[in-house]
Structure formats: C-alpha cells, structure tokens
Ligand binder design. Structure first.
Ligand SMILES: [Ca+2]
Ligand SMILES: [Ca+2]
Ligand SMILES: [Ca+2]
Ligand SMILES: [Ca+2]
Length: 352
C-alpha cells in the first residue's frame, strides 16, 4: 500500500512539475501583445515599426525561437520580419520596438529601436496581410488587416477562442504619421482584431524597451510626402500627407485605347476601347476622317477622290474641281490669241 501511495505521489508530482514547467516556459515570452504597427510614414513604405508589449513581467527571454512573420492577403508567402537576436529588460507593460533602419529619420527624437527588422512588411501586403508573434512555431498573437482572407488562428493563451479574426478592416497605415494600435490594457487579451485595433487619432508615439518614446513626424511640405505612386498628386495638408489620384497624369493622348485612369495604389490603369467608328481626327481634312477600329486610330477615306481629278484645298477644308487637260489647252490658246491681237493693234496705232 505504501509503495502504491508513493507511486501515485510520484505521478502527481511529475504532472505538477510538468505543468509548472510549462507555466514557467510560457511565462518567459508568451504573454505578449502586438501593440502598435506602422506600415510606412508619409507614404515612405520603407519606414516601418512594430511595437510589442509584455502583458506581464518576465516576458523578456526572446533570444531563442521567438520570431515575427508577415503573410500576404491570402495567408501565404510568409516573410520573416525578425528572429529576435537578444533578450530584453523585463517588466509588465514593457515594450519591445523593432523597426526598419529608415524609421528613425521620421520620428522626434530619432527612434532608438531595440531591434532592426530583418525584412520589412512587403508593400504588397499593406492592403491585406497578417503579422504573427510566434514562439517555437506556435502563434501567440496575430494581427491581420484589410482584405486578408488567410487563417486567423492562434494559440488560446492570449485569445480565449484561438481566433484572432475577423481582421481589422482598414489597410495597414502607411501614408500618414498614424499607426494601427491595440488600445487595450497591458494585461488585456485579444478578442478579435476588428474589435481590438484602431488607427491612432493623430501622430503615433512608439516606445522602446528602455522606456524612451518617439513621435512619428508629419509633413511640412509636399516633398515630405511620397506614396511611390507616380500618378497621384502629393500634397501636405496641415501636417498630413494627402495623395490624390490625377487621371490627367495617365492620359496617353490616344482616345482609341480609352481613357486611362489613376488608381490610388496601383497607379495608371488602362482604359476601355470606345466603339469602332469613334472619331479620332488628326486635324487634316484632305486625308479623310480617321476613326477608331479595334482600339487603333485608322486612316479615313480622302474626301476628294482622284478619279474625279479633283484637288483638295487643306486651308479651305474643301474639294476644288480641277480643269481638264483639253479645257486647260483651250484656255491657254485663247489667252495667247488675245495677247497677240492686242500687240498687233498697238503696232498699227504706233504706225498711224
Ligand atoms: Ca478571439
Ligand atoms: Ca504620388
Ligand atoms: Ca488613351
Ligand atoms: Ca484627317
């Protein structure tokens, strides 16, 4: 009996030890939020930052197996954003700031980021994508946005149903000095991204592990704003970059391939061919009226047909009937005969 009790105690102890070991393992880096993300500043999509926040103290052991990854709108093509190369200082609510190298130039003071992102979030992921915070391959937090349709799944440690979806509906901010923010408390878990995240009301403030804060700067002149889209007009409106699609910047001057338009993110887009027969005049009367045919401006029929031996007067935009060869010869003969008659008359008068 004693042996049996001892055996059971050993089992119980082993289970307790296993659970506590798991707890302590979880305690060193799992209790984390993706608190704030900016996908670009004033349109400069190379300037990005991701701020993590520890939900409790002791989440600072991130040097081994802790990564962040980005996924495209379909949840594919993961990009390693960072594989944390060092541990940080512990503390409930402490931040961990990871940035691209160009981010600091957009903040005041220049951001002292804890880590440099190994890769930025690809620009093509900004309209729809997802970022994961992972420990040894397990997703402990996820932020998805825009038209993302991939998995919203994650561990239940920080989201009770393990579903971080639906995504936050907007794009990841990149054209202003605002960021996507989890405004909940440091200890708060995820409910879902759509309910949990908001765009900062004004300039975003990022904070590093050493508790220093950096305010993202707005624009002062249009030259501060660059969305990388040539056909949008860049403007700075009271510190906020405004990018306005301008169709005129896309017009190729050819009406037969339709009217080109400027898409705010995709740039110039082709137009639709107008119906065959749509005029595409070249301002020349004598070569006929050009018309669009299958998207190409095609020559017209000259209005003054050669068979009628007509001439075309481009200045008058009119056909001019030409004299026949016989008629011209007769006219010349008459003129010559008339001239000779006048000469003879003057000679007679001079002799008289
Ligand atoms: Ca959930
Ligand atoms: Ca532009
Ligand atoms: Ca055109
Ligand atoms: Ca013409």
């Amino acid at each position: 009996m004693l042996v049996r009790q001892s055996f059971v105690s050993t089992i119980v102890l082993a289970v307790v030890f296993a659970i506590s070991a798991q707890r302590s393992a979880e305690a060193i880096n799992h209790d984390m939020q993706i608190e704030q993300v900016i996908g670009g500043v004033n349109g400069d999509k190379t300037a990005q930052a991701i701020q993590l926040r520890m939900q409790s103290a002791g989440q600072n052991i991130i040097m081994s197996g802790v990564v962040m990854r980005a996924f495209d709108a379909a949840g594919n093509n993961p990009v390693l954003l960072i594989d944390f190369p060092a541990n940080v200082v512990s503390g409930a609510g402490r931040r961990i700031l990871s940035c691209t190298s160009s981010f600091a130039a957009h903040t005041s003071p220049a951001a002292g980021c804890d880590f440099t992102l190994a890769n930025p979030i690809p620009e093509s992921y900004l309209n729809g994508g997802s970022i994961t915070f992972e420990v040894s391959g397990t997703i402990y937090w996820r932020l998805s946005w825009g038209n993302y349709t991939g998995s919203n799944a994650g561990n239940t440690f920080n989201d009770s149903d393990g579903n971080f979806g639906p995504p936050e509906p907007g794009s990841l901010p990149s054209s202003t000095n605002q960021a996507l923010l989890f405004p909940g408390a440091a200890g708060a878990n995820s409910t879902n991204n759509a309910a949990d995240y908001m765009t900062t009301a004004g300039a975003a403030t990022f904070t590093n592990n050493a508790l220093a804060s950096f305010v993202v700067q707005g624009c002062t002149v249009p030259g501060d704003c660059n969305d990388g889209v040539a056909c949008t007009d860049n403007a700075c409106n009271a510190g906020t970059c405004v990018f306005t699609p301008n169709n005129a910047n896309c017009d190729n001057g050819d009406i037969c391939d339709g009217a080109e338009t400027c898409h705010a993110k995709l740039g110039c887009q082709d137009g639709t061919n107008p119906p065959d027969g749509t005029p595409c005049p070249d301002a020349q009367f004598c070569n006929g009226e050009e018309t669009c045919q299958s998207g190409v401006c095609s020559p017209g029929t000259p209005p003054c047909p050669g068979a009628a031996r007509a001439l075309c007067d481009e200045d008058a935009d009119a056909c001019v009937p030409a004299m026949s060869t016989v008629g011209a010869s007769l006219m010349i003969g008459l003129v010559l005969a008339f001239g000779a008659a006048i000469t003879r008359r003057r000679r007679r008068q001079a002799a008289a």
